[in-house]
Design a protein around this ligand. Structure first.
Ligand code: BGC
Length: 449
C-alpha cells in the first residue's frame, strides 16, 4: 500500500539553530544565548548569534521548500522574541517576523507546523528558577495564548514542546545543554512535572484562543527497540523494552512523557524514585496534564535491536554510522511508530529523522551527499512498511531543512538537505534535497525507482 494521499512530506528546523539575529528588533535573551557564552560549553566556542541568518533569509528557505515540493514546514518560535521577559509585554516586531514567514508559507501552499518550545527558554524565566519553578508553566500558557490569538486562522498545527526528554536530561541532569545544570534527581523530577503541566496548560490555551479547530501534539523522543526477528514474540519483547524505564538513562524514554500527556499517569513500571514522586501528584495536576491530543510527534533517529528473550543484540562493527556516530538502523522507522500507535492510539507524525554527514562542496560547486540519499531511501522504505501494516502515520519531517547550529557541537555537524556555506550564508541544495523532493512529489513512489 502506498503512502496515503494526504501524507505530509515536510522538513523541520528550530529557532535558535537557524534564526540568528539574537538581539534584533527587541528580542530578549534565551538560556542558549547565555549558555553559549560559557567557556568550553560549545565546540570551537561557537554560538547561534548569526546561525543561518534565517531571520533575514527565510524567503530563500521557503523557496527551497517549494522547490522540493514539500507540503509542510516545522519550525519553532523563539519565546523571548515574542515575550522578551518571558511574560508581560509582547514584542510586536517578533510577531511580525513570524507573520512574514507564515504568510509566505501559506502563499506557497506549505502548511506551517509551529513548535512553541524548542529549548530556548527566556533568560528572565531562568533567573526565576526555570523549569524548576512552577510559575513557568503559567508563563508558557500565557505565551501559548498570545501565539494562538495572533496566528488564529493561519496556523492550524501546533507542537507544544520539543523533546522534553533531551531538554531535561541534557540541560538539567548532565549539564551539556542550556541551562547547564546538574540537579539532584528530586529537582529533575520537579522540572519534568512542570514541563508536563506547561504542556497541558498550553494545549488548553491553544484550543481556547483559536476560533478554528487546531491540531495539537508534542514531539517526543527516547530509546526504541526493534525485533531482530519479525515474530509476534520478538515484537512483544521489543515493545516491552521500549516502554520500560530503567533507573539509569530513564529520562531518554518516550513513556514518562507520553504516558503522562496521553494516558494521564506516569508509567506504572517505574524506578522507585519516580513511583514515589508519582504517588504525590494530585488528581488536579493530571486534569491539566492530560488533554486530548491530535497526534503524537516522534523524533526517531536510530533504534536498538533486541531478541526474543529481551537481550539487546550488539550491532555489527561494520554497520554504517552517521557523523555523530549514531548507528544507521532503518528498521526503527517500521517498528518505532508502530509501538507508539499501539500504546497511545493516536496518529503518529515523524517530527524529526535525519542524518549528519561529512558534507563538503565538490569542485563542481555541488554537494553530493550520497550517504544521506541512501539513508532516506532505506528509512522511508521502512516507514512505508509500517503504513502498509496499518500504523496511522500522518507525515514525515526531515531534520533538517538546512545545516544549522547543532547545540554543543556548534557547526561541526551537518544535518541539512541544504548546505549552508557559512561565510557567505549561501544555500546550496544537496543531492538529497533533489531526491527527497522527488519522493515527496511522487508521494513515495520514487523510493522504488
Ligand atoms: C533535536 C534537534 C537536533 C537533532 C539532531 C533532536 O534531538 O530536536 O534540535 O538538532 O536532534 O541532533
Amino acid at each position: 500500500m502506498p503512502f496515503p494521499n494526504n501524507f505530509v512530506w515536510g522538513a523541520a528546523s528550530s529557532a535558535y539553530q537557524i534564526e540568528g539575529a539574537f538581539d534584533a528588533d527587541g528580542k530578549g535573551r534565551s538560556i542558549w544565548d547565555d549558555f553559549c557564552e560559557l567557556p568550553g560549553a560549545i565546540r570551537d566556542g561557537q554560538d547561534g548569534r548569526v546561525a543561518c541568518d534565517a531571520y533575514h533569509r527565510f524567503s530563500e528557505d521557503v523557496r527551497l521548500l517549494k522547490e522540493m515540493n514539500l507540503s509542510a514546514y516545522r519550525f519553532s518560535v523563539s519565546w523571548p522574541r515574542i515575550l522578551p521577559a518571558g511574560t508581560g509585554s509582547v514584542n510586536e516586531k517578533g510577531l511580525a517576523y513570524y507573520d512574514s514567514l507564515v504568510d509566505l508559507l501559506l502563499e506557497n501552499g506549505i502548511t506551517p507546523y509551529m513548535t512553541l518550545y524548542h529549548w530556548d527558554l527566556p533568560s528572565a524565566l531562568q533567573k526565576k528558577g526555570g523549569w524548576l519553578n512552577r510559575a513557568v508553566c503559567e508563563a508558557f500558557a500565557e505565551y501559548a495564548s498570545v501565539i494562538a490569538k495572533h496566528f488564529d486562522g493561519k496556523v492550524r498545527h501546533y507542537i507544544t514542546l520539543n523533546e522534553p526528554q533531551c531538554a531535561l536530561s541534557l540541560g538539567y541532569e548532565l549539564g551539556t545543554h542550556a541551562p547547564g545544570l546538574k540537579l539532584p534527581v528530586e529537582d529533575q523530577l520537579q522540572c519534568m512535572h512542570n514541563m508536563m503541566l506547561a504542556h497541558g496548560l498550553a494545549v488548553k490555551a491553544l484550543r481556547k484562543e483559536s476560533s478554528c479547530p487546531v491540531k495539537v501534539g508534542i514531539a517526543s523522543t527516547g530509546t526504541l527497540y526493534y525485533p531482530v526477528t519479525d515474530t509476534p514474540e520478538n515484537r512483544q519483547t521489543a515493545y516491552e523494552a521500549s516502554f520500560s524505564l530503567k533507573p539509569d538513562g530513564w529520562f531518554f524514554s518516550h513513556c514518562w512523557c507520553l504516558d503522562a500527556v496521553v494516558l494521564g499517569h506516569y508509567p506504572e513500571a517505574s524506578p522507585d524514585f519516580l513511583r514515589k514522586f508519582s504517588n504525590g501528584v494530585p488528581e488536579s495536576d493530571w486534569n491539566i496534564i492530560c488533554q486530548p491530543l491530535d497526534f503524537v510527534g516522534a523524533n526517531i533517529y536510530h533504534g536498538t535491536p533486541i531478541d526474543v528473550h529481551g537481550n539487546v543484540v550488539l550491532l555489527p562493527k561494520s554497520l554504517p554510522r552517521t557523523a555523530t556516530d549514531w548507528p544507521i538502523t532503518p528498521e526503527i522507522l517500521r517498528y518505532g511508530p508502530r509501538w507508539l500507535y499501539e500504546r497511545y492510539g493516536l496518529p503518529v507524525i515523524i517530527t524529526e529523522n535525519g542524518i549528519s554527514c561529512k558534507d563538503t562542496m565538490h569542485s563542481d560547486g555541488q554537494v553530493h551527499d550520497a550517504d544521506r540519499v541512501e539513508f532516506l531511501r532505506r528509512y522511508l522504505k521502512e516507514l512505508e512498511k509500517t503504513v502498509d501494516e496499518g500504523t496511522a502515520v500522518e507525515g514525515y519531517f526531515h531534520w533538517s531543512l538546512t545545516d544549522n547550529f547543532e547545540w554543543e557541537y556548534g557547526y561541526t555537524q551537518r544535518f541539512g538537505l541544504v548546505y549552508i556555506d557559512y561565510p557567505t550564508q549561501r544555500r546550496i541544495p544537496k543531492d538529497s534535497s533533489v531526491w527527497y523532493g522527488r519522493a515527496a512529489e511522487s508521494n513515495g513512489k520514487h523510493l522504488h525507482q
